[in-house]
Write a protein that binds this ligand. Structure first.
Ligand SMILES: Cc1cc2nc3c(=O)[nH]c(=O)nc-3n(C[C@H](O)[C@H](O)[C@H](O)COP(=O)(O)OP(=O)(O)OC[C@H]3O[C@@H](n4cnc5c(N)ncnc54)[C@H](O)[C@@H]3O)c2cc1C
Length: 350
C-alpha cells in the first residue's frame, strides 16, 4: 500500500494509465460512448514517447495526415478530446492497482492521489519514464538529499555549490536559472557540443567566459565524501586527467528512459515484458483491466500508433460492457448520431 493513500478517492467509470497518444485517444473513444474517465501519467506533460523522445520528428503513417509532427499529433489529440473534460493527473506514477471486493478498482499514485474506478485501461507504452541515473559508486545513497534528477523546489539549490551534469535543454536551462542564485555552478558535459537551444548554449558560454560558471568537459568518475556527506566530485577529462570539483549538490540531467515499473507487479499475465490481451476487447487476464498501445502483446502485434488507436476503440466498448453489462451495444457514426454529436458539442445533423 502507498503511504500517501489517505486522500479522498476520486470516483470514476474508468482510469487510464498513460497519457501517450493511445491513452489520449482512449479518452475520445470512451467519451463518444458517454463514459467519464481520469488519466494519469508519470511525465509532467501528455504525449508519451511522441513528446518525450521525438517531438520534432515527422510521422507519415497516421491515416489522412500525410505528414504530422509528433508533438503536433499530441496537440491534435488534446484538441480532439477537449469536449470530454478528462481529469489529468500528471507528474505521478500509478504505483498500485487493486481489485476491491465490490469488483471496482483502487488505483494509487506516487503523489498520493486515489481513484475508485469501475474499470482500468493501461496505456503505459514501454513503461513510465524514469531519469537516467548517475552511475558511480554510492550515488544511490545521496539520491534525494544531495544528488537530484529533477528540481522539485528551485530554492533548495540556492546558496549551494552546485554541479549540473548533462548537455541537453534541461541541463542548460537549469545552468542559466541557477547562475547567480547558487553559491557556485559548474557544468559537466562529456562532449564539447550540446543538444540544446543555440541561444542557451551561447548564454552559457558567456557566463563561463565571465567566470560566473565553471564549464568542464568530461565525465563524473566518483563522489568525494567526508563524514557521511558528499563534498565533491572527481571528473575525468577527455585526456584522462582528473579534476576535483567541490560541491554539495548535483543535478544530473541525463534524460529519461521508459521502465515497465509497477505495472509488472499487478498480477497480470506478461509476455515479453508486455501485457497479454485478447483481440476482441484488449482485456488483460483480469476482467475490467484493459491494455492498449505499446504495452500489450497478442499474436501479430505491431507497436504502431495506428494499431493503438484501433485497440482504444475496441477497449472502450469492452469497458462499456464491463461496467454496464445489461446495456445493448450498437455501433453509431459520429456523422449521424445525435447523442454522439451532443457529446462532441457539435450541431445536430441536418
Ligand atoms: C524515435 C521513434 C519514432 C517513432 N516513429 C513512429 C512512427 O512514425 N509511426 C508510428 O506509428 N509509431 C512510431 N513510433 C512508436 C510510437 O511512438 C509508439 O507506438 C507510441 O508512442 C505508443 O503509444 P502509447 O500511448 O501506447 O505509449 P507511450 O507513448 O509510450 O506512452 C505511455 C505513457 O504511459 C506512461 N506510464 C507508463 N507507466 C505508467 C505508470 N505506472 N504510471 C503513470 N504513467 C505511466 C508513460 O510515462 C508514458 O507517457 C516511434 C517511436 C520512436 C521512439
Amino acid at each position: 500500500m502507498n503511504s500517501a493513500a489517505a486522500s479522498a478517492a476520486i470516483s470514476t467509470e474508468c482510469v487510464i494509465i498513460g497519457a501517450g497518444p493511445v491513452g489520449l485517444f482512449a479518452v475520445f473513444e470512451l467519451g463518444l460512448l458517454g463514459i467519464k474517465c481520469e488519466i494519469v501519467d508519470s511525465l509532467a506533460h501528455p504525449g508519451g514517447q511522441c513528446t518525450e523522445l521525438y517531438p520534432d520528428k515527422p510521422i507519415y503513417d497516421i491515416p489522412a495526415l500525410p505528414v504530422c509532427g509528433a508533438q503536433e499529433l499530441v496537440d491534435r489529440l488534446l484538441k480532439q478530446i477537449k469536449p470530454f473534460h478528462v481529469g489529468f493527473h500528471l507528474g505521478q506514477e500509478v504505483t498500485d492497482l487493486t481489485r476491491l471486493e465490490s469488483g471496482r478498482f483502487e488505483i494509487l499514485t506516487s503523489a498520493g492521489a486515489r481513484f475508485d474506478a469501475g474499470s482500468v485501461i493501461i496505456a503505459g507504452g514501454l513503461g513510465s519514464f524514469q531519469p537516467r541515473r548517475l552511475m558511480v559508486p554510492d550515488a544511490e545513497r545521496y539520491e534525494g538529499t544531495q544528488i537530484h534528477y529533477r528540481v522539485r523546489r528551485a530554492e533548495d539549490f540556492h546558496g549551494k555549490d552546485l554541479v549540473i551534469a548533462g548537455g541537453g535543454d534541461s541541463a542548460l536551462d537549469w545552468v542559466l536559472e541557477f547562475c547567480g542564485k547558487a553559491r557556485s555552478v559548474a557544468l559537466v558535459h562529456r562532449r564539447a557540443d550540446f543538444r540544446a537551444q543555440p541561444a542557451s548554449v551561447t548564454r552559457m558560454k558567456e557566463l563561463a567566459a565571465a567566470g560566473t560558471l565553471r564549464h568542464l568537459e568530461g565525465t563524473i568518475q566518483s563522489l568525494v565524501t567526508a563524514d557521511g556527506r558528499m563534498t565533491g566530485l572527481s571528473i575525468q577529462g577527455r585526456d584522462k586527467s582528473a579534476t576535483e570539483v567541490l560541491c554539495d549538490r548535483v543535478l544530473a540531467c541525463f534524460g529519461l528512459h521508459p521502465k515497465l515499473g509497477p505495472i509488472a507487479n499487478w498480477g497480470l499475465a506478461l509476455e515479453k515484458k508486455a501485457l497479454k490481451v485478447d483481440t476482441e476487447k484488449f482485456q488483460t487476464t483480469e476482467p475490467g483491466i484493459f491494455a492498449i498501445g505499446d504495452i500489450n502483446s497478442y499474436p501479430g502485434k505491431k507497436k504502431l500508433i495506428l494499431s493503438g488507436f484501433h485497440e482504444a476503440a475496441l477497449a472502450a466498448f469492452g469497458v462499456q460492457h464491463h461496467i454496464y453489462p445489461e446495456k445493448r451495444q450498437f455501433l453509431q457514426y459520429t456523422t449521424t448520431s445525435p447523442i454522439m454529436r451532443e457529446r462532441l458539442g457539435v450541431a445536430p445533423p441536418d
